[in-house]
Ligand binder design. Structure first.
Ligand code: NAD
Ligand code: UD1
Length: 336
């Protein structure tokens, strides 16, 4: 299939691009490099031996998106493009709503015009809000605590309504848990701007000597060691889920939601200890107060994805920690 990857130069999009090529598909990337670098295209070529066509554009720009659809007969769209920093979304909510909602509306309108019927969307476990219980199942109540999360939930609603009104449209909503790790080559990986907010890039930058020590946000949660528990998933496993999702979309109509996680929760200290052990490194850390808005535990019941998509995460925590460090240690300043 010829697959448009909006935001395909980003962390998850670039890994998905490689898995799509491996599976025999033809990905095309549209990105405005708001949070990524053109260098990633060279790295994808290095890994796959294939040149990926790039459109440097803003997905909210309807005319530019239209021109791209005139030039390409797409079979499917995977919509990764979006702003994703939770704290920033509270400071500049309108920018988040404009970018994350307008991009989806623009794509849906242009897809309708050109008869493109398969849409896969990057949603997030954040749509479950503060969970009543874990593991999380797709049918559980949703609700958000910040504008970023609301953009995900609103997009889910927009896409569900669009597919209900158009019997030809197929939508797959993938609720990602916590992607970490990098491609085994160490040539592509996560390259956050400024000081990372998320745990794994913070750890790797401490390991690289760029940051002094890790702050562990709270050790008084009701978890096995008091620190927050999450469902960390290797980004390559997550990428493979997209290959399954476009196959599923092409064969079905309507909207389906899938949790994309491993089903296992690890605490902050589990991650730190595993990272130190497999990489033979010391990560200095100290316990800090809880981070506002954090929850104690969040992990998936991924059985629907296993049964319906035939997808299951295969890479364990040790591999995630090794691959994260392999990327960081060989690319001290990311792609720059
Ligand atoms: P990323 O920032 O690395 O990639 C997003 C890409 O989209 C970037 O390359 C950016 O330049 C591009 N982009 C943003 N707005 C654009 C626009 N208007 N037009 C064109 N390009 C635009 O992020 P990621 O981690 O790869 O995440 C991909 C998607 O998955 C996002 O929608 C994110 O919200 C979602 N998601 C990510 C996580 C995570 O932990 N990384 C978890 C759940 C969901
Ligand atoms: C965050 C976002 C969530 C998003 C997800 C994946 C918030 C409140 N939530 O969730 O919307 O979907 O990232 O991108 O930002 N931790 C530390 N020290 C650190 C960083 C993190 O102890 O320096 C802890 C956190 O308290 C948490 C765990 O590590 O318990 C994971 O944190 P993080 O990587 O930020 O992911 P989430 O909190 O799951």
């Amino acid at each position: 299939m010829k697959v448009l990857l909006t935001g395909g130069a980003g962390y998850i999009g670039s890994h998905t691009c490689i898995e799509l090529i491996k599976a025999g598909h033809t990905p095309i990337i549209a990105d405005n490099f708001d949070n990524s670098c053109p260098e990633v295209l060279n790295r994808i070529k290095e890994i796959t031996g294939q040149e990926v066509r790039l459109y440097e554009l803003d997905v909210c720009d309807g005319e530019a998106v239209d021109r791209m659809f005139v030039e390409n007969d797409f079979d499917a769209v995977i919509h990764f493009a979006g702003l994703k920093a939770v704290g920033e979304s509270c400071a500049v909510p309108l920018r988040y709503y404009r970018n994350n909602l307008d991009s989806t509306l623009t794509l849906l309108e242009v897809m309708k015009k050109y008869g493109v019927q398969n849409f896969v969307f990057s949603s997030s476990a954040t749509v479950y809000g503060v969970p009543e219980r874990v593991p999380l199942v797709e049918g559980m109540p949703t609700g958000c605590t910040n504008p970023y999360g609301w953009t995900k939930l609103m997009n889910e609603q927009i896409l569900t309504d669009a597919s209900a009104a158009d019997s030809g449209l197929s939508v797959v909503l993938l609720r990602y848990f916590n992607p970490i790790g990098a491609h085994e080559s160490g040539r592509i990986g996560e390259d956050p701007n400024g000081i990372p907010n998320n745990l794994m890039p913070y750890i790797t930058q401490v390991a690289a000597g760029k940051l002094k020590e890790l702050g562990v946000f709270g050790n008084d949660y009701p978890t096995h060691d008091g620190t927050g528990v999450r469902d960390y998933i290797h980004v390559v496993d997550l990428a493979v889920a997209h290959v399954k999702a476009i196959d599923y979309a092409a064969a079905h109509k309507g909207t389906e939601i899938f949790n994309i996680g491993t089903g296992t929760g690890y605490s902050v200290l589990d991650i730190v200890n595993t990272f130190m052990r497999v990489n033979d490194l010391v990560i200095p850390y100290s316990i800090k107060p809880r981070r506002p808005g954090d929850i104690a535990e969040c992990y998936a019941d991924p059985s629907k994805a296993a049964e319906v998509l035939g997808w299951k995460a295969e890479r364990g925590l040790e591999e995630m920690c090794r691959d994260s460090w392999n990327w960081q240690s060989h690319n001290k300043n990311g792609y720059k």
